[in-house]
Design a protein around this ligand. Structure first.
Ligand SMILES: Cc1cc2nc3c(=O)[nH]c(=O)nc-3n(C[C@H](O)[C@H](O)[C@H](O)COP(=O)(O)OP(=O)(O)OC[C@H]3O[C@@H](n4cnc5c(N)ncnc54)[C@H](O)[C@@H]3O)c2cc1C
Length: 556
């Protein structure tokens, strides 16, 4: 049995998916580990300490980024999941997600750039006019040029429809863009000769999507800078090696992507990939933090009988609990991420229309869950790892405090957890009539026989509680405040069920190797606590606004 549901089906689609066997995975993952050790390990802590600086109007990245990007592109990492007809390798997204996880575990700040470029390539492939596509797509696929996503503004964070950047059509068919975008990751740098800003702006038709390059070709064939300026680099908690820029667009020249007025809908090609990547980033950082904590626990000696040498802290039940909890979060959420990646590929490539539509529906259900829970896992597991290291973890001598700072953003950008929870409630339960949930439950229940006894009972109970919470939140549809008060807990419950499903598959593993035993134990650990965890979260999801109504008392 493949650990990831749908992967065998994807391989049966043939072509380059069919060729992506276990040996291919092994070779690719071995290669990226080597790239990580050579190019990313040296820049992670250094980039955190140096940060990014604005010098003569351009962003200067930390030392070593230029060489790392050059190696990344020269070794072909950017082409991994790009279609063969675009000079890509056509490998499955699940493999690209595993590669990204390893990059993020080594240097999450650097890892932001490949995600932006890969996601922009998908957007250009889907929505650019042929003339733009021909120029930009091969260069984005190869990593020769870079890209950003420009949505946020000072008064338009979660509330995207309030954005004020304006676009006016020029005589030559291009558009003139004016406004200020906030918090733009890798908004400027000199790693590549061009950066394409994938930008939302207001036109007479509504919110539209544009490609706004930082450098443009004039009529004489000369290149000149577009009228875009870096107004500021934000000082922030973590990800210091990733420049977060305020960008001014002063009549900058841009080109429409897709239909005028359909920008937000069209941008979802990019947003879907970015949300998957935010979850993967969380898991990548969590995994790195867990590895440090596990090694430390087998070296650090404290406690035990005073008459004997101190024991390794790994012998204490509380430390074992922390490490098991972390392993279980990492392995189950990593598996959910793989599931999401496979569904995304099936939704795009499956030939049977019914199966394609089912994959799309399941993807829509799982995406806000994985984005939120994967992101949360990065911070939580880093925090637990810091606890395992004690005082040492709080110092810069160890990488864990950086992991903690770097991971915190994953539940904020690409839509906060609150917004993901509302998406699940409004779009999936109310408007989508729980279609994604139904497919999820049907498939998850088919795997229940992989486990028995308490483990099976835990998963069964969790699925029933999720179904019940969805029914009750649907009944609260006419009282949105009642339902929205429980939306965050409902998403958490859906997360327990998604990891529960993957835990049944992990726990059911029979391979008697160290890796097999580790995965199986992680699954079983999750399932043993699942019923109790789900009962508590279910209660919070359906309790309505009674407790939230106390908020009025906070007013002066
Ligand atoms: C390091 C970093 C990198 C970033 N990179 C990019 C980038 O590359 N491109 C880009 O466009 N943006 C980027 N952002 C911006 C990011 O996407 C936004 O910060 C995020 O969408 C949240 O918007 P906000 O900060 O304005 O928070 P707000 O929207 O002000 O939200 C604050 C709080 O209120 C809650 N809230 C808001 N509205 C509602 C509602 N209707 N119902 C319930 N709760 C609500 C939120 O959940 C949150 O808890 C980046 C931000 C950072 C910090």
């Amino acid at each position: 049995m493949e650990l990831t549901p749908g992967l065998s089906r994807l391989r049966r689609l043939g072509g380059s998916f069919g060729e992506a066997d276990r040996d291919t995975f092994k070779a690719v993952l071995g290669g990226i580990m080597q790239f990580g050790a050579e190019c990313l390990d040296p820049i992670n802590a250094r980039g955190d300490a140096q940060g990014c600086h604005l010098v003569d109007g351009r962003v200067q990245l930390p030392a070593g980024y230029t060489e790392a990007w050059a190696s990344y592109t020269a070794q072909g990492w950017s082409t991994l999941e790009m279609p063969v007809e675009m000079n890509g390798q056509g490998l499955p997204l699940i493999l690209a997600a595993q590669v990204q996880e390893i990059i993020d575990g080594r240097c999450a700040a650097f890892g932001m750039l490949p995600v932006l470029v890969r996601s922009a390539a998908k957007l250009v492939a889907a929505h650019a006019e042929p003339a733009i596509r021909e120029v930009w797509l091969p260069r984005l696929c190869s990593g020769e040029w870079a890209a950003t996503i420009c949505i946020s503004e000072a008064d338009a964070g979660s509330d995207v429809p309030r954005l004020r950047t304006k676009a006016v059509r020029d005589v030559d068919g291009a558009w003139s863009i004016t406004g200020e975008k906030m918090w733009i990751s890798f908004g400027d740098h000199t790693l590549t000769p061009r950066i394409g800003h994938c930008l939302l702006a207001r036109t007479e038709a509504g919110i539209s999507l544009f490609l706004v390059p930082n450098v443009i070709d004039d009529d004489a064939g000369e290149t000149r800078p577009n009228t875009i300026s870096v107004r500021r680099i934000e000082e922030k908690m973590g990800l210091h090696g990733s420049p977060t820029c305020a960008l001014g667009f002063d009549g900058a020249k841009g080109w429409l992507l897709g239909e005028d007025g359909q920008g937000l809908q069209n941008l979802f090609v990019m947003i879907t990939n970015m949300r998957l990547s935010a979850g993967v980033q969380g898991v990548g950082i969590a995994s790195a933090a867990f590895d440090v904590a596990l090694d430390y626990a087998h070296e650090r000696r404290q406690g035990g009988a005073i008459s004997a040498p101190a024991v390794h802290i790994a012998e204490h039940a509380d430390v074992q609990r922390m490490l098991l909890e972390s392993a279980s979060r990492v392995h189950t959420l990593r598996s959910v991420g793989h599931l999401v990646a496979v569904q995304a590929d099936l939704a795009a490539h499956e030939v049977d229309p019914t199966e394609r539509s089912r994959a799309q529906t399941l993807l829509q259900w799982l995406l806000p869950i994985f984005k939120t829970e994967g992101g949360r896992c990065g911070f939580d597991v880093s925090s637990t790892a810091l606890q395992v290291l004690g005082g040492a973890g709080y110092t810069r001598e160890w990488p864990v405090e950086q992991y903690l700072r770097d991971a915190r953003i994953a539940t904020i950008y690409e839509g906060t957890s609150g917004i993901q929870a509302l998406d699940l409630l409004r779009r999936q339960i109310w408007r989508g009539k729980s279609a994604g949930l139904a497919i999820f439950l049907e498939q998850a229940r088919m795997d229940l026989d992989l486990v028995a006894g308490d483990l099976r009972a835990g998963a069964c109970a969790c699925y029933e509680l999720l179904q019940d919470a969805a029914t009750r939140l649907n009944e609260m549809r006419d009282a949105p405040r009642e339902a929205e008060a429980g939306a965050g807990s409902f998403l958490e419950l859906a997360g327990l069920a998604a990891t529960g499903w993957m835990a049944t598959r992990l726990a059911g593993m029979t391979s008697d190797t160290p890796e097999g035993r580790r995965l199986s134990a992680s699954g079983r650990y999750h399932l043993l606590a699942l019923k109790d965890d789900a009962v508590a979260v279910h209660a919070a999801a359906v309790s309505g606004a009674r407790r939230i109504d106390l908020f009025d008392s906070l007013k002066a």
